[in-house]
Design a protein around this ligand. Structure first.
Ligand code: FE2
Length: 288
């Protein structure tokens, strides 16, 4: 098998978006022939109608190449609506839903892969608060019910399907920022691994980083905007899954040519190819 996904995040339509980069992505992606395209949140800068409109135009264009999976990042949520109140929190996502439909965390059941998302962008909630005031509305948090839903999706994945989890906030500590994307990150890491994905796709930190976490390949992609970290070039990722290996490669922006060029590539053995959740189900089915 060979299954490939384009992984974008943090486009931030609005003041920091770069039209040349967006148009270069639109031109290049059909040639890469991906089976799916993932946008891991922060498609807008301030959740404004004009930003969502442009984001939707991009998604419609990319859908001509492959199905596009998208979920909201912290910038796409109108977090100033009813912070801390348990009721009426749906208002925060009203604009996002107006442009991308009711489902905040879709599930794609593809011939070679099952892709599902967990919502970590909840605006200002008790679960996302940390002692640092500047974290307000920026840190994500991973509710238990989100993890359980993803786990149930993966438990029903066919043995030949790659299990891919998408979330906005970075699961690994940013190299330059030295920051984790999620509040209570150790617990979140444990729960993410326990949900049973083979690959996790995230963004938020604006710096790309790929590593192995207990056998799960965690791919944090960088930003497609002018707001890069440490003056590094904007970047997007391509994840290629083969029978026994997972490859993550970065396409970095070359401003002199106004194109994205393929650069470094990381390879991992598929240690979690067998579906652990499904194994548990099969064992309990045999016992009963
Ligand atoms: Fe973000």
């Amino acid at each position: 098998m060979s299954f490939s996904i384009i992984h974008l995040a943090d486009l931030h339509f609005g003041g920091v978006a770069d039209v040349a980069q967006i148009e270069a992505v639109e031109a290049l992606l059909p040639d890469l022939e991906p089976e799916a395209i993932v946008i891991a949140g922060d498609i807008t800068q301030r959740a404004r109608h004009g930003e969502f409109l442009r984001a939707r135009a991009l998604v419609r264009e990319l859908e001509r190449t492959a199905p596009v999976f998208i979920l909201p990042g912290n910038h796409d949520v109108q977090w100033w609506w009813r912070p801390f109140l348990p009721f009426g929190s749906g208002r925060k996502y009203e604009k996002y839903r107006q442009y991308f439909g009711p489902q905040l965390t879709p599930t794609f059941d593809l011939p070679d892969a099952v892709i599902t998302g967990v919502l970590t962008s909840h605006g200002v909630t008790w679960g996302s608060l940390t002692p640092r005031l500047r974290d307000i509305a920026i840190k994500g948090h991973l509710p238990k019910k989100e993890v359980l839903r993803a786990k149930a999706v993966f438990a029903h994945a066919r043995p030949d399907q790659v299990r891919i989890l998408v979330l906005h906030h970075n699961v690994l500590r940013g190299e330059l920022s030295q920051r984790m994307g999620l509040a209570r990150w150790k617990q979140a890491q444990r729960e993410i691994v326990d949900a049973g994905p083979e690959i996790v796709l995230c963004g938020h930190d604006h710096q790309e980083l790929t590593d192995d976490l207990h056998g799960v390949v965690i791919a944090c992609t960088g930003t497609l905007s002018t707001r890069t970290r440490g003056g590094r070039p904007p970047v997007f990722s391509r994840v290629v899954v083969e029978e026994d290996a997972i490859h993550v490669e970065y396409y970095r922006w070359a401003p002199e040519h106004r194109v994205f060029k393929r650069s470094d590539r990381f390879q991992f053995a598929r240690t979690l190819k067998r579906n652990p959740a499904r194994d548990v189900e099969e064992i309990s089915a045999q016992k009963s």
